[in-house]
Design a protein around this ligand. Sequence first.
Ligand SMILES: Cc1ncc(C[n+]2csc(CCOP(=O)(O)OP(=O)(O)O)c2C)c(N)n1
Length: 663
Amino acid sequence: MKNIDQLAVNTIRFLAVDAVEKANSGHPGLPMGGAAMAYTLWSRLLKHCPDCPDWKDRDRFVLSAGHGSMLIYALLHLYGYGLPLEELQDFRQWGSRTPGHPEYSHTPGVETTTGPLGQGFANAVGMSIAEKRLAAEFNRPGFAIVDHYTYVYAGDGCMMEGITSEAASLAGHLGLGKLICLYDDNKITIDGGTEIAFTEDVGKRFEAYGWQVLKVIDGNNLEAIEKAITGARQDLEQPSLIMVRTSIGYGSPNKQDSSDAHGAPLGAEEVLLTKKTLGWPAEPEFYVPEEVSTHLTDQRKQLKARKEKWDELFASFGRKYPDLLKKWDEWHSGEIPTALEEDLRLWDFGDKPAATRALSGEIMQVLFEYLPNMIGGSADLNASTKTRLKSSSDFQKDNPAGSNIHFGVREHAMGGILSGLALHGGLRPFGSTFLVFFDYMKPAVRLAAMMGLPVAYVYTHDSVAVGEDGPTHQPIEQLANLRSIPNLHLLRPADGRETAAAWLHAVQRRCGPSALILSRQNLPQLPGTGREALKGGYVVSREKGDHPDLILIASGSELQLAFEAQHRLQEDGHGVRVVSMVSRELFLAQDEAYCETVLPTNVERRILIEAALPMGWDKIVSPRGIVIGIEEFGASAPGEIVLEKKGITAAAIIAEAKKMLGS
Ligand SMILES: Cc1ncc(C[n+]2csc(CCOP(=O)(O)OP(=O)(O)O)c2C)c(N)n1
């Protein structure tokens, strides 16, 4: 190893060691063991530009093992990503740009939020799919304007998580040749050596998935690592796994190769011993040798020159293909054409009862005419969730221009991949499954919400009305669970026009995901519904007279029951209002004056009906209102029977209403 490389690698190690020591918390072992591997990639092969972290054709680097965050912070600092030394000294502190685990859009150069192991791996698969899809759309002979690799740094923990297996299996099937995983194969996790729980042959497993597997036996040998990455890049037919044998806590005389180095500061004494062992000065802390700064500043200039060459290529691409340039801008802008909202096909579904999942399928075909950068699919449920884009083909190994992804029965990976597609930029991802199987993808949805990603989830078969499949397939607590995720918007439309409004919201929203909750069963097209649904809650049927005695509030398929109950109660002379609560989050975000027009404070008699766990509706119905919901699992029987047995009927609403009205 050249002296300068040795110095740079040790700089990374000790920036991490010192930061963890100062914070008195964090994970020094990974950066110490993986510094050489990461530095080799960054200094010799990674295409990036610290002066322009958002360069669209940069290689993506994902630290899936997010607990090793100091590794990426050290690199970002050294490469001049606007992360000054003080930020490293403030590691894990309130307000710093160096949080415990890397956070997307918080620190320049961090491509995704990682920490829950395996998520970053799935994100990387999504990014790689995005690259392949966009390259197929935009590249022309002599103009490879989309041409980058996706690198993911994963540890034993990522390799053990199921999401990684799912995502790797799909990546192998799709032949994502520009996806490269650097596996920090240090054989240590928190509880000890991997021999206690993880003895499979990871290489053989990945070979079976259709990956190229390469091995580096010495994680400190930069030449061997470079050779392996170069070999990985040359295989454009298969993704590559590079298994790099490293030593956690490298250099620490008493903690190297032991789980003691994983997640706690080395301790002052051990820090000194480690510095001595690797020939590093004990003082100052956070030491960056001048030669290292100069060396990396030179690299930064070269990286900038490379980016400027791409700018030139892109400019001449734009001159030669003005239409493609226009499309490029449209695909990357995230805006929607104004004509879309006015398209009459979104607002007229005739009188025929129809399942909202089926209407959603029709709406998606219209959206796709306006937004051809939509991409997505289902976890093997296209026939049920109806999310196939009929005018496009399948995204497959030999057909990267397709917009339909078959995720296979891999909900968790689908969630992570959708986030990766969104993180990459240029595309509008959506994914679908049954609402009950949201449980299988929750961790990925949570991170998408945390990152503020514009992903659309389509969850169908939204209640016990699913029927015969029984309680395993009948969602009860899933709505409450989804609504409990901050920054996620849940929309449960009642008919075609509300479904269109829900989709419009999903494609307009740029700062977080939306979940569309759709029925399996047919529902009537209701009077009074429409684009006002975009406000989350609105009056769909007014009371007779000038003041309501009672307000019925419902979402989705239960709105028809509220109408029925209103009709019967009004026959008895009561003034009853019906409010459609398509999205609680959206409604509660409206100003007070609007909310007052929908739910006047002085009308305390309120009944909310939703065929699900009634949790979380207090703000809408309180103080004197009630919720008719289901607080137990469903049952196996035809849908109408289950609804009736569980008390989700117009008769139940009427009975409660009469009690409330004292009649
Ligand atoms: C989904 C998930 N489960 C558990 C954890 C807690 N955790 C953090 S690191 C780790 C062990 C990871 O081992 P490895 O990937 O080998 O990292 P290394 O020990 O090399 O730093 C665990 C269990 C987590 N971050 N995410």
